[in-house]
Design a protein around this ligand. Structure first.
Ligand SMILES: NC(=O)c1ccc[n+]([C@@H]2O[C@H](COP(=O)([O-])OP(=O)(O)OC[C@H]3O[C@@H](n4cnc5c(N)ncnc54)[C@H](O)[C@@H]3O)[C@@H](O)[C@H]2O)c1
Ligand SMILES: [Zn+2]
Length: 391
């Protein structure tokens, strides 16, 4: 007699170990540099003639006019088995590409025209926005093709480009659409940083303060001591910052126990509920790094005054302006507009709010409620701090 299958459960469990190198180098497409070759050659050997489609941020293409030719030359010299689908595709850099559905459709069309298959590679060279947009499209094509990220800004080398997430913006909010898609490899080439405008050079410094403050007091001290050199664009100090910050970020993803963010806590999003809202409120006139510098200052309510002053001093000396009038903007009901960022963050987390706050240098705790009065007080204090500096 057949037994009913009703109410039976098969407990499926899959364990996937995923590795990817994050390589620190210079002048990556110089034929004398074998890092990219070493990163790719084993995988390339396993599949005959894999294809590769390269996308380049226009801000990089303009400031590195020889780049497109050097990529082709490098591939011919070191990896002749890889077929470059076309000449590298230059795409708009900055937040506009993430906020523009037709632009994302175009990326997908380019990938379709290139007839990428499951063994193909997509290489994205650019800032965090380009890496997010190309990474998002690449993670959809054939359910995900191998992505090589070549981040070209400080923020993308020490934060956005080394992790496992992609995203684009939508009317429903910043990063509303996105995927978890670990890259095949990340190549951090310090030489790209030389051509950054000052504001973009500075952007990633805020992310370094963010992660140092909650995880590594020694790194925090080092950042404060290095702030002047960073604002003077000392390249070797910046290289050290990028390495240490990327290392902390990668350790968190590796050891934090929640690489795909199934739980509530998001320590690396410290300062981001208000930062994302400030970016949106100013229509991205305030860039991500600048917004994060302000955002982390707003969430220092549990620090003692002396530590909050040190953070303020470190960020200011690094060149950040820590005030924006949008912080005092009110919606038609008279409520501070920035507070909408709390609801969006809660929605993104899925119900229960969980905001990371530094509780001392190198340590943090999670709060499950953010009082409006508390945020108002934080804004008031930030205004007073900035006023004192400028008076
Ligand atoms: N996926 C993630 O985990 C993650 C994490 C943090 C931030 N992000 C995202 O990263 C984005 C911010 O990235 P960003 O700070 O790198 O800025 P960005 O990508 O917006 O680039 C800023 C500007 O710099 C230009 N540029 C890039 N590299 C250059 C170079 N070497 N020389 C000259 N100009 C160059 C770009 O064309 C652009 O105009 C945001 O959209 C943010 O949401 C993603
Ligand atoms: Zn960030």
């Amino acid at each position: 007699m057949m037994t009913s299958v009703m109410n039976r459960i098969i407990h499926q469990e899959i364990t996937v170990s995923y590795q990817y190198p994050v390589v620190f180098t210079r002048d990556v497409f110089n034929p004398a540099n074998t890092r990219l070759y070493e990163t790719l050659h084993d995988a390339v050997e396993q599949h005959s003639s894999p294809s590769m489609l390269v996308f380049v941020d226009d801000g990089v293409a303009v400031t590195h006019p020889g780049l497109v030719d050097s990529i082709a030359r490098y591939m011919r010299h070191h990896l002749p088995a890889v077929t470059l689908c076309s000449s590298p595709v230059i795409i708009p850099g900055g937040e506009s590409i993430k906020s523009n559905r037709p632009a994302i459709e175009k990326l997908l069309e380019k990938m379709a025209d290139a007839r990428l298959d499951r063994h193909s590679y997509v290489m994205a060279i650019g800032g965090g926005a380009v890496l997010d947009a190309v990474g998002y499209a690449a993670s959809l094509v054939h359910r995900g093709v191998r992505l090589i990220r070549v981040p070209t800004t400080v923020l993308s080398q020490n934060d956005a480009g080394v992790g496992v997430k992609t995203a684009i913006n939508d009317v429903a909010g910043k990063n509303f659409l996105g995927t978890f898609a670990p890259p095949f490899a990340v190549i951090n080439d310090a030489d790209f940083l030389k051509s950054l405008p000052d504001e973009t050079w500075r952007g990633g410094i805020a992310e370094a303060f963010k992660v140092a403050l909650i995880k590594d007091a020694v790194f925090f001290e080092w950042l404060c001591a290095s702030a002047r050199l960073l604002s003077d664009r000392d390249e070797s100090v910046m290289e050290e910052l990028v390495f240490r910050c990327a290392d902390l970020h990668l350790k968190h993803i590796r050891q934090g126990g929640d690489p795909f963010e199934m739980g509530q806590a998001r320590p690396l999003d410290f300062g981001h509920w208000s930062a994302h809202q400030l970016e949106v409120m100013t229509e991205f006139e305030v860039g991500h790094g600048q917004a994060v510098a302000i955002g982390i200052m707003l969430d220092t309510g549990l620090l003692n005054n002396e530590d909050a002053d040190r953070l303020f001093g470190g960020l200011s000396t690094s060149g950040f302006s820590l005030w924006h009038d949008a912080l005092e903007q009110r919606d038609p009901s008279g409520r501070l507009s920035i507070l909408a960022g709390i609801e969006k963050f809660r929605e993104h987390l899925g119900g229960r709010l969980c905001v990371t706050m530094p509780s001392g240098l190198g340590s943090s705790c999670e709060l499950h409620a953010l009082d409006e009065a508390w945020v108002q007080q934080a804004i008031k204090e930030l205004r007073e701090r900035t006023a004192t500096v400028h008076s």
